[in-house]
Ligand binder design. Structure first.
Ligand code: GLU
Length: 444
């Protein structure tokens, strides 16, 4: 039975990078009828905030990424301490007292000698008396896991065969001096006890994975299958970390990005399969194939979400947007026409507002100098409202007869005068929606 998890730390809003992780894990579980766990990694009481937990759930719900259950690390601290005791019992856990400054110095020395900055395990040589003394002077030490200095290997679901020399990695700190359990320990205890079978996460976790495999095995568990997806970059390959704040899911939602657009892009971006709009998660799951993803950094351009959003909207029936349209103040008997006129001319739902404003208030007329005379004549011929679908044809025929203009020279200046735009929906459809025509004032 496949079990996956998405394990955000509630220290901020989730962004497109997190979404990739969430979605891949969700799809793997769904595809095989397995379980998808939402695990809140909240062992850091200072940085974890309840409103971020709520926000994460809200964002996932918006996307339809439903979880089978929620787990919270803050409620499982006993389990982590039990695991820590077990590691102590088998001699794989040791207390170390170096200050951050001392560690930094050690690191710099090693780097200067051209060696990897790996913790030298000096604490392993401390006698009980020395530890007591240090504890009295400096408070409790940190607890490090003693790595077995062998190669750690696994077949990564995306990166292929990975082999990491444990001797090139520092013994990881799993419990801080103040007693706070760190993610590395909490995560392996959870993954083991919750029967997680597949872990997909960002490639920034590759070294973590190596150490976690050893910790899991030391605790008598079996490592899950791991896969590490590449990290997202901006369109030019630039790092996204600084910009991720503006690429939060709520930000994109506020900008009018449709969930299906985001899901469709994220399920394919960085894979050899083309990006195609899919309207349900079932369809997305069906076409999802982790082995099609590459290890190279994945370029993400938020603008790619716009055509997908537009395509989704174009296909919607009135019922799906009726609420948005009513909220703008469009009269019920005009809603159908309004939607049929605007649906192909919007990119996001927000654009509906501009269209309704154009129809209800009218726009500043756009009149070229050489058309002034012509527009004045035409406006004098414009019938009183309300207009209907025949108004445009009848009016332009009358204008043509009066002025002798035809074709583009006839229609374009009229469109620009009435809508303030050079392009837009069919004018025959626009006329019945127009509530005000500021260009009327130009009548000669
Ligand atoms: N809380 C960790 C993170 O957000 C989870 C990583 C993992 O999937 O194990 O980076």
């Amino acid at each position: 039975m496949t079990t996956t998890r998405f394990a955000p730390s509630p220290t901020g809003f989730i962004h497109v990078g997190n979404l990739r992780t969430a979605l891949f894990n969700y799809l793997i579980a769904r595809k095989s009828g397995g379980t998808f766990i939402l695990r809140i990694d909240d062992t850091d009481p200072e940085r974890s905030k309840e409103h971020y937990v709520d926000a994460i759930k809200e964002d996932l719900e918006w996307l339809g990424l439903t979880w089978d259950r929620v787990e919270r690390q803050s409620q499982r601290l006993d389990r982590y301490h039990d695991a820590a005791d077990k590691l102590r019992g088998i001699g794989r856990f040791y207390e170390a007292f170096e200050t951050p400054t001392e560690l930094d110095l050690k690191r710099k020395k090693l780097l200067n000698m051209g060696r990897p900055p790996v913790y030298d395990r000096a604490a392993l040589a401390l006698s009980e008396a020395e530890k007591d003394k240090l504890r009295a002077e400096r408070g409790n030490g940190v607890w490090r896991f003693k790595l077995d200095q062998q190669r750690i290997e696994w077949a990564d679901g995306i990166l292929g065969d990975i082999s990491i020399d444990a001797a090139s990695v520092s013994d990881p700190v799993l419990i801080r001096g103040d007693g706070q359990v760190l993610y590395t320990l909490a995560s392996v205890v959870d993954d083991t006890e919750m029967g997680v079978t597949h872990v997909v996460r960002g490639s920034d976790h590759v070294t973590n994975t190596a150490t976690q495999i050893q910790i899991i095995e030391a605790l008598g568990g079996t490592a899950p299958a791991f896969a590490h997806h590449s990290l997202l970059t901006g369109p030019q390959g630039e790092g996204l970390s600084k910009r991720l704040g503006t690429l939060s899911l709520r930000d994109l939602r506020e900008r009018g990005i449709e969930p299906e657009a985001l899901l469709s892009l994220m399920a394919r971006l960085g894979s050899s399969q083309p990006v195609e709009l899919r309207l349900t998660l079932d369809e997305i799951a069906e076409g999802f194939d982790l082995s099609q993803f590459g290890s190279a950094p994945t370029k993400f351009d938020e603008n790619d979400l716009l055509p997908l959003t537009a395509r989704k909207l174009h296909g919607l029936p009135l019922a799906a947007v009726a609420e948005d349209i009513a909220a703008l103040g469009v009269p019920a008997d005009k809603a159908e026409l309004f939607w049929s006129v605007t649906r192909e001319n919007i990119v996001t739902r927000h654009d509906l507002k501009d269209w309704w404003q154009l129809f209800s208030e009218g726009r500043e007329p756009l009149v070229a100098e050489e058309d002034r005379e012509f527009v004045a004549q035409a406006m004098a011929l414009l019938p009183e409202g309300p207009f209907d679908r025949d108004t445009w044809g009848q009016w332009t025929t009358a204008v043509k007869e009066a002025t002798g203009r035809k074709g583009k020279g006839l229609f374009m200046p009229l469109r620009k005068a009435l809508t303030g735009q050079e392009r837009g929906p069919e004018m025959a459809d626009v006329m019945p929606l127009l509530q005000k025509v500021p260009a009327r004032a130009l009548a000669g």
